[in-house]
Write a protein that binds this ligand. Structure first.
Ligand SMILES: [Zn+2]
Length: 288
């Protein structure tokens, strides 16, 4: 999968492009540094196609909504607007000092019913399906997860499960978007509008994706076997020994003096973890 002309390309999951009418005028984000956020939603509908249809067209009642992407149960990907266009998915929203997330973010809708009511025949129903109206969708117990929402005011307990295909597709897309754009936030709608929104809810692994995409440093995993401890000597008059690998970590003993023998146990950047009478961290350039 790749991004070309602000559109996802080159993957069998991607459905033919069709652009939503629900766009600002002009549709583009205000500047080149945007979008810088991704907002995750559920559709509260069973079928991705229903969500796509409802996000395509301007509504007579003026309650217009759109998003950049809709992800189906099997991981199908529908794109409704290029990523350099604003869509209408966030509504009134506020997070970390910023309001109006439509102006900063890419909206990803995942086909999922959201919270469900349980019934005593062992089946679960959605509270509603926006498209199916009076005919709520049944779910079996293995399609439902019982979890509390991280927002304590949301008391719903049963949630429609996301499929692995959906989670994989969203993670892959977030990864790609963060390589192409200046993405600094991946947030749930329930985080930017907590007083009115529950999506994507407790079954979506947003912390995991956030950590993987935004915070994991992409250097090769350090193989612990590749570092062989060795003996060395202090090569400066006085060498501070600290509790951690940084000048802000507290000193844990009097400085080691010139010629002091030590064993280097481990390396972290410019720092060695060393062992003498005690163990601590020293600046590697003063050890020979
Ligand atoms: Zn939402």
């Amino acid at each position: 999968m790749e991004i070309k002309d602000h559109k996802l390309q080159n993957d069998l999951r991607i459905q033919p492009y069709s652009q939503t009418e629900c766009l600002s005028k002009p549709p583009e984000f205000a500047n080149e540094k945007l979008p810088d956020a991704i907002i995750i939603h559920y559709t509260a509908m069973n079928k991705a196609e229903d969500a796509v249809n409802s996000l395509m067209h301007l509504k007579a009642n003026g309650k217009n909504a759109s998003a950049h992407l809709v992800i189906g149960k099997q991981g199908q990907i529908y794109q409704l607007a290029p990523f350099n266009y604003k869509t209408w998915h966030a509504g009134t929203s506020f997070y970390n000092g910023r309001a109006g997330y439509n102006n900063f973010s890419i909206g990803i809708e995942i086909a999922n019913l959201g919270w469900l009511e349980s019934y005593d025949d062992g089946k679960f129903f959605s509270r509603f399906d926006l498209m199916q109206g009076a005919h709520p969708v049944k779910r079996g117990p293995d399609e439902v997860v019982k979890k509390r929402h991280k927002n304590p005011h949301i008391t719903k307990e049963y949630w429609d499960k996301y499929t692995p295909e959906q989670i994989n597709a969203v993670q892959e897309i977030c990864d790609l978007l963060s390589q192409r754009y200046h993405i600094k936030e991946i947030l749930g709608h329930d985080e930017i509008a907590p007083d009115r929104k529950q999506d994507p809810g407790p079954d979506f692994p947003i912390e995991l994706i956030r950590n993987e995409v935004l915070y994991s440093n992409r250097e090769e995993e350090k193989d612990p076997d590749t570092f062989e401890p060795f003996t060395a000597k202090v090569d400066t008059a006085k060498l501070n020994i600290r509790s951690g690998p940084g000048v802000n970590d507290p000193k844990i003993a009097n400085p080691l003096i010139f010629g002091k023998e030590l064993t280097v146990l481990e390396k972290a950047g410019e720092w060695y973890k060393v062992k003498t009478e005690i163990e601590g961290w020293v600046n590697a350039k003063y050890v020979k």
